[in-house]
Design a protein around this ligand. Structure first.
Ligand SMILES: [Zn+2]
Ligand SMILES: [Zn+2]
Length: 201
């Protein structure tokens, strides 16, 4: 049901989307919440890890990232964090408002926030500096060992998203953890560079 992709970072896959749980010693932090069926899978994993789910950080507000937000909020009372420009979309999808409003450059729960609007206006990427792991949300997706853009029809501004993808090369990371597809461990930066070279910016 779940796998440890890096020390203290767990991946839960549901149907077509990943949720990541990060072990922060005393508690667990979730990156996204998947679709509506993901709630039980997350709760079971949290129980196995034996620590409370304290915080949920949302990369953005789309239904496949916020689908279990309400269920998790009701069952765990976890704090919800997201970029301030995403709160309207999150409220529209879930009826919930994030309690923590993130800004570009913030470090929250050991994750550095990079505001990368394009896919949605408040899309963020999150860097775990200890393991050099970048949670990219939907900026890019993995398919058969390659990184690709998210299909353009799902993005608010695909051209802007392409620029944001190229900007990710400035970040010091090794592992790239997408919401869709397989995590790229060790070669995340290299695979991202290959994608940027294919883009016509
Ligand atoms: Zn999305
Ligand atoms: Zn998605």
């Amino acid at each position: 049901m779940y796998s440890e992709v890096l020390p203290g970072i767990y991946r839960i896959f549901d149907t077509f989307v990943n949720v990541y749980l990060i072990d922060r010693e005393e508690y667990i932090v979730a990156v996204d919440t998947g679709i509506d069926t993901t709630c039980d899978k997350i709760l079971k994993t949290v129980e196995e890890l034996g620590k409370p789910l304290k915080t949920i950080v949302l990369t953005h507000g789309h239904f496949d990232h916020t689908g279990s937000l309400r269920c998790l909020k009701e069952k765990t009372k976890a704090l919800i964090a997201a970029h301030k420009d995403e709160e309207d979309l999150i409220f529209e999808k879930t009826g919930l408002m994030p309690e923590v409003k993130l800004n570009d450059g913030d470090v929250f729960e050991g994750l550095r926030v990079f505001h990368k609007p394009g896919h949605t206006s408040g899309s963020i990427c999150l860097l775990d500096e200890v393991t050099k792991s970048l949670f990219v949300g939907d900026l890019v997706v993995e398919r058969e060992g390659r990184l690709e853009e998210v299909p353009h029809q799902y993005s608010l501004d695909p051209k802007m998203n392409q620029k944001r993808i190229a900007e990710l090369l400035e970040i010091d990371f090794e592992n790239l953890l997408p919401a869709h597809g397989e995590p790229l461990i060790g070669n995340g930066k290299e695979k991202l560079r290959e994608l940027v070279e294919r883009l016509t910016l």
